[in-house]
Structure formats: C-alpha cells, structure tokens
Design a protein around this ligand. Structure first.
Ligand code: FAD
Length: 509
C-alpha cells in the first residue's frame, strides 16, 4: 500500500541522519513534512529572542532543503493533540513518523498523539537518532539504573561498541516520486513564522553569531574537522572560558536543535582521529559527546531530573529565596566583572563557554549567592541557544555539587578564575565597555581601585557600576559549611533509610 505520510519534525531539524524521515519515504505517495509551533514548548517565558531567531533560521533552512526534494515544510500552529486529528482527516494520513524524544513532556505528548493516530488508523514509526545510543539500552546494560559516574558510563558504552553510523540525507531518488501537495496559500497557512508573529522585537537583536540550520551546522562541522591538529589535541580543561572568540566548537546549538546529528559529529571525529595520536575521553571531543550521552541517560533513568525535590540523586539543600540576588545575577549586576561579563555575553549572544558556565553557576549556587540551581537552570533555558532539558539539569546539578560531583569545598573564585586565562581582562572590556578604561590591575576588582583611578576610568563603583554583591572570601567559606551540613544530613538520611530499607539506599546511590 502506498502511504500518505506525515513526518513530524520537532528536534532533529535536518535531513541527514534522519532514519524516521527515511522510514516515511518508504512506500510513500504523499509526504507532509510538519513542524508544530506548540504553545507548551514555544512560548516567550522559556524561549529568549536569540533562540527564536535560531529556530526560525533552522526552519527556513529545512524548508529550503525540502524544496530541493520537491517538497515543503508545513509549520502548523496549535497543540499537537488538537492539530493532529484534524491533519489526519484533512490529508487522509496513513503513516506518522518522528524522532524519539526522551524529555518527559515529549514522552507524554507523543503517547497522546500515538493514541490519536491509532484511533485514526495511522501507523506510527519512531526512530532513535537524537542520541548516540538508545539510552534505555545503556540503562538495561547497567542493571536497570542510569550510570552515575562517567567511568561507569564508559564501561557500559564499551560493551555496546561504537554508535550506529549515520544514514545519509535522502536524495530525489529516495523520494521515489512521493509528492507534497501544496496549495497556493501555503505561505499564509503553513509559512515559517517571522519574529514579529512570535511577539519578538527584531530591532532588539544583536549580530547573529550562530545562524540556525543544518547547512550552517555542516559547514561549521567541516570547518572544525579540517583543523586536524586542533581536533586531535583537544582537551576541554585547556580551553579558555574568556577568549574573545570561542575556544570550543559551538556546535551545541546545532546538536540541541538536531540541525547536526550527534552520530555524524561522532563519526567525523573518528575519521579525523584515524591513524593519528589523539586525546581521549573525558577531555577529548569524543569525550564531550559522551558527557552528553551520560546526562541524557541520567535524565531518562532518574525521576524528577530537573528538580531537587523528588530527585533521588540530588542532595537536598536549604537554598535561600532571594529575588534581588537572583535578578542581579541574571541582569549582570553582581559587581564582579568576570561574572557580569559572562552573563552579558549569554544575554547578547546566547552562548558561553563551558567553564564560564561553571563560574556563573557556582557563583549563583554554592559559591556565593546560595540560590537554588533550579533558578539558574530557568535562566539558562531561556537564554542559551543550546538550552537542553537534560544537559541543563544535569550540569546544574553537577556545578552546584548536588549530584555527580561532590567536591563542594572546591569553589571558583569570581576574581582569580578569569585571570588565569585573561590577565588583561580583554573579555571583560569587550562585554562591559563601561569598565574598559580600568587598568589590568583592577579590572577584576574595580572596587579596590583608588577613587582617582575610578575617576580617570570614567566609572565610579557604587554609582556607575555596582559594588560587589557579596564578600566572596567570607561568604564562600560560610557556604562550604552549609554544604557540609547538607551532605551530613544526606548521609544521615541514607543511613537511616538503610536501617529501614536497604533496597531504597541502593536505589539512591
Ligand atoms: P564542545 O566542547 O565543542 O563539545 C562538543 C559537544 O559536546 C557540544 O556541542 C555538546 O553537544 C557536547 N558537550 C560538551 N560538553 C558537555 C557537557 N558538559 N555536558 C553535555 N554535553 C556536552 N550544554 C548544552 O548543550 N545545553 C545546555 O542546556 C547546557 N547547559 C549547561 C549548564 C551548565 C550549568 C553547564 C556547566 C554546562 C551546560 N552545558 C549545556 C554543557 C556545555 O557547557 C556545553 O555543551 C558546551 O559548552 C557547548 O559548547 P561547544 O559546542 O563549543 O562544546
């Protein structure tokens, strides 16, 4: 039977390594590639303007590639559970395909849509291609639990062998004559939204550093893979959080939206490594993709992964509620230039280096402000181009020493850390031009500059730029003690629960 097929793009905004799309093309007479602007996912409280721009770019690029296959993208507005029954009837759909998505919202959404599809006699096919492996298979191999250490993850992954090879993008021959019926009012009805339609003020945007889309992703991947020496010697801790141009690949927004397949990235790296001496996980680029897999697997195997309460691996901490501190951090007004420069880069450009994320995340939580990692997670989700449910939650738990990482006494200094790689403070000067006339001696601590120096720099601390929000040396020591208590309570609790129920303790650790 020849099918009328909807391929539902959600993440996975690409043609290459898209096995679900290939499944759609099998015995297909009519193909409808659909993207749904879902008010649950696509709303202005959790998506900042840079991310909107990236998404719009990715959709335009996808539409352009589909045109090359004599097809088009249909952007449908509405809730998936309301939209699909109508589309099934209107287009007489017989098959629905999509990429498997492990986020809790997506799982419940897909379950509902699959039930509706069944009711309409529509066959559903989904494929795993957002991660390197089937994360549930990793959990199975680890006796039903998500690995809680990277070492353990490596052991499991070794038993599974390398990830599957990516499937090539469909060609016009793969379409086998499948048509995409488009009406004259396609643009009006199913066109790609403009930023205005999405309620965004395009005038507020800065230069687009990282344009969305599969073509751009592949171009950037190619560019990096040509730097064979750099790829082979890549060691994450040796890269700089405050270089003026990124010291890592910045492929993360492309991987998050699925403009770039993680497996394609993996195998291109394997080709570069072939026959050469190269760095290894956890610090290599393969190692970075394994970190992604590690947190994805954890997010599947651990309940309430993006929360403290009800999350069995997360230390329960008595974080403060302090809206003023939180706003100062979010709005780059902490009075620590290194922290404020990072938060400015995040807001303006939508990407910051991994170690810059370390610095601001530690500062917000256990280092200085003692605010819950869940609050930081929300801000990152809004502002990061690569905002990803599993990776954001996992890394915030790591940085706040709530899970996975437990050396809570190792605190980043908001002054010394940045100096290691940028003595002159050029990065600060770039993002906080107000401070650019401060001599290097004071750029990380402008409040220490004599009044005359502040005057000469044209910036008086306390008037033009804030006083530091906290006394780092004092507060960080106090916070270490608070963290120590939370850890003591945690081991007390688990000892207590061990007495009551040894099985429960095993599940927690
Ligand atoms: P590269 O160093 O070039 O690494 C290549 C790829 O590996 C990345 O594109 C990414 O897909 C993956 N990767 C690298 N580091 C990590 C990591 N620690 N965890 C998981 N995957 C990794 N990354 C996101 O993609 N989305 C997020 O929402 C996110 N939130 C974070 C929150 C905090 C508090 C911290 C500390 C880190 C977070 N990260 C997140 C992880 C990491 O910082 C970014 O993936 C990385 O900086 C992206 O830059 P890149 O592409 O140049 O990375």
């Amino acid at each position: 039977m020849a099918h009328t097929c909807v391929h539902w793009f959600r993440k996975g905004l690409r043609l290459h390594d898209n096995p679900a799309l290939m499944a759609a093309l099998r015995d297909c007479k009519e193909l409808y590639p659909v993207f749904i602007l879902d008010p649950h996912l696509h709303n202005n409280t959790c998506v900042g303007i840079n991310r909107w721009r990236f998404l719009v770019g990715a959709l335009k690029d996808l539409d352009c590639s589909l045109r090359g296959l004599n097809s088009r993208l249909f952007v449908v507005r509405g809730k998936p559970e309301e939209v699909f029954p109508e589309l099934f009837d209107r287009w007489k759909v017989t098959k629905l395909t999509y990429e498997y998505d492990t986020e809790p919202y997506s799982l419940s959404r897909d379950k509902t849509v699959a039930t509706l599809a069944k009711e309409h006699g529509v066959e559903v096919i989904y494929k795993i291609s957002h991660t390197l492996y089937d994360t549930e298979r990793i959990i199975e191999e680890n006796s039903g639990k998500a690995p809680l250490t990277y070492n353990r993850m490596q052991v499991i992954v070794k038993t599974l062998g390398p990830p599957k090879r990516p499937v090539p993008a469909p060609t016009i021959e793969d379409m086998q004559g499948a048509m995409t019926p488009c009406s004259e009012n396609h643009e009006k009805k199913y066109g790609i939204p403009t930023l205005e339609e999405l309620g965004q003020d395009a005038a507020a945007l800065g230069e687009e550093q990282f344009p969305g889309g599969e073509q751009e992703a592949l171009r950037r991947l190619d560019k990096h893979m040509k730097r064979t020496g750099w790829v082979c010697s890549f060691e994450k801790p040796q890269t700089s959080p405050n270089s003026l141009s990124p010291s890592t690949t910045v492929l993360s927004p492309y991987v998050t939206f699925g403009c770039l397949s993680a497996r394609t990235f993996w195998w291109r790296l394997a080709e570069v490594y072939q026959g050469k001496k190269h760095s290894s996980p956890p610090v290599s680029l393969h190692g970075q993709l394994l970190w992604r897999e590690f947190f994805y697997t954890a997010s599947v195997g651990i309940s309430n992964f993006n929360k403290m309460e009800g999350n069995p691996v997360c230390t329960q901490v008595d974080w403060d509620t302090n809206p003023e501190y939180l706003a100062a951090w979010r709005e780059a007004r902490t009075g620590f230039p290194f922290i404020d420069a990072i938060m400015t880069q995040l807001r303006q450009e939508g990407w910051i280096h991994h170690l810059a994320r370390h610095a601001v995340a530690c500062f917000l939580t256990r280092g200085d402000l003692w605010i819950s990692w869940e609050e930081g997670q929300k801000v990152f989700e809004e502002l990061l181009l690569d905002g990803d449910w599993a990776l954001n939650a996992g890394n915030w738990q790591w940085l706040s020493a709530s899970a996975f990482f437990h050396q809570y006494f190792r605190v980043y200094s908001p002054v010394a850390f940045g100096k290691k790689t940028d003595k002159n403070g050029d990065y600060i000067k770039k993002y906080l031009p107000l401070l650019k006339k401060f001599p290097a001696e004071y750029i990380y601590e402008p409040w220490k500059a004599p009044r005359s120096v502040q005057q000469a720099a044209g910036c008086i601390v306390g008037k033009d730029y804030p006083q530091p929000i906290a006394k780092h040396e004092v507060i960080s020591k106090k916070n270490i003690q608070r963290m120590k208590l939370a850890y003591a309570k945690r081991s007390g609790d688990s000892a207590e629960s061990a007495n009551k129920s040894p099985v429960k303790r095993q599940a927690v650790f």
